[in-house]
Write a protein that binds this ligand. Structure first.
Ligand SMILES: C[S@@+](CC[C@H](N)C(=O)[O-])C[C@H]1O[C@@H](n2cnc3c(N)ncnc32)[C@H](O)[C@@H]1O
Length: 339
């Protein structure tokens, strides 16, 4: 199916990319801790946490699209070297530090939700965007919910950097449950995309010396180009909707992206309301959600998601792309909301 944005104001090696899982696994021995409240972070404060050395590799997703991202082992090494790395909810059971948790399980409910590694549907969504959104204006305001390594947003960021003046005023906002995912993975990946555009000679894999002066240049360069990067940690829900969309009742984004965020039935309602509440209806805002058709053993899936979207007053076009093996089909759904 051909896909068009409809803006009215368009100005392992994932080390552990695990294709065998049908859905994130869950440890369920004790009650889940309470949810992390949302909090906004700006680029300058988060950029001060970019590690000095970033080991990275490059994913070749299509002949026209390659994206560099931080190696998972490098993230783990950083976690090992930090004394108190994990901003776990205070109610989290002892021993649930990010290093141990992410090494032993894909998801630990309300503690760590899987954002350190790249999940397969994020590759699908980045490929889909590259195949269908090329030759269209880059959307001016993009939000990725449950971004993790943020491959779909990295695609748009790369396009924005290449678009020069035409992309002035672009805004990309990245939301993840865990602040540690934002600082250890999401932002370093955005930084790598920028560095690769800046320094065309960077090899496809290796170590990048993220010196304070290079990080400073990154932040200054984005300011000069009029590109805004924003970050929000914490749980989906009404508080996050308010933080993401300061004009009450008016969604702020022309495109909202999400990949592998609908595996947990209990979180479906808050995810859908955050997604729908963030769409700028007047500007023809659309959501693109990539997910497995069913998350066997976990519960969520695309049919429940689409039903919830309709129940909450949204529309969906059905599956716009489907791929994967017989047992674990993966798909992309486009959604919107009436004004
Ligand atoms: C399985 S990971 C997918 C990460 C990334 N989108 C990808 O496909 O590689 C699920 C993501 O959703 C986010 N998430 C899960 N539950 C959440 C919640 N209740 N509120 C906010 N974010 C949540 C997590 O932080 C995590 O990054």
């Amino acid at each position: 199916m051909s896909f068009r944005f409809n803006f009215s104001n368009a100005p392992d090696s994932d080390d552990e990319l695990d294709t065998s899982l049908s859905g994130p696994a869950q440890h369920a021995s004790s009650p889940a801790p309470s949810l992390v409240p949302p909090k906004v972070h700006n680029l300058r404060s988060l950029a001060s946490m970019i590690p000095r050395n970033i080991s990275y590799n490059t994913l070749y997703l299509t002949p026209a699209l390659s994206l560099s991202r931080r190696e998972l082992y490098d993230v783990r090494m950083q976690l090992m070297s930090e004394e108190n790395p994990f901003s776990a909810p205070s109610s989290a059971p002892a021993g649930n530090d990010l290093l141990t948790t992410s090494a032993t399980t894909d998801v630990l409910k309300n503690v760590y939700e899987g954002g350190l590694k790249s999940w397969e549907c994020s590759l699908d969504l980045a490929r889909f965007l590259s195949a269908n959104a090329a030759n269209q204006p880059v959307p001016p305001r993009v939000l990725e919910l449950g971004c993790g390594s943020a491959l779909p947003t990295l695609y748009f960021f790369q396009e924005i950097l290449r678009a020069g003046e035409k992309a002035r005023g672009s805004r990309l906002v990245l939301a993840d449950y865990n602040i540690d995912v934002l600082r250890l993975v999401t932002l370093p990946n955005l930084f790598l995309v920028w560095a690769r555009e800046e320094q065309k000679w960077l090899p496809d894999e290796g170590d990048l010396d993220a010196s304070p002066s290079l990080v400073e240049r990154f932040v200054d360069d984005l300011e000069r180009r009029g590109i805004e990067l924003g970050f929000v940690e914490g749980a989906w829900g009404p508080d996050m909707v308010r933080m993401l969309n300061p004009d009450i009742g008016k969604g702020a984004y022309t495109v909202v992206l999400a990949s592998e965020t609908i595996y947990e039935p209990m979180a479906m309602e808050s995810f859908v309301s955050t997604l729908l509440g963030s769409l700028d209806v007047n500007a023809g805002g659309v959501g693109l959600v990539a997910a497995k058709k069913h998350y066997f053993g976990v519960g969520g899936g695309i049919q429940d998601f689409m039903a919830k979207v309709r129940e909450r007053g949204g529309w969906e076009t059905g599956i716009v792309e489907e791929t994967g093996e017989a047992g674990v089909r993966r798909c992309i759904v486009q959604i919107g909301r009436q004004s």
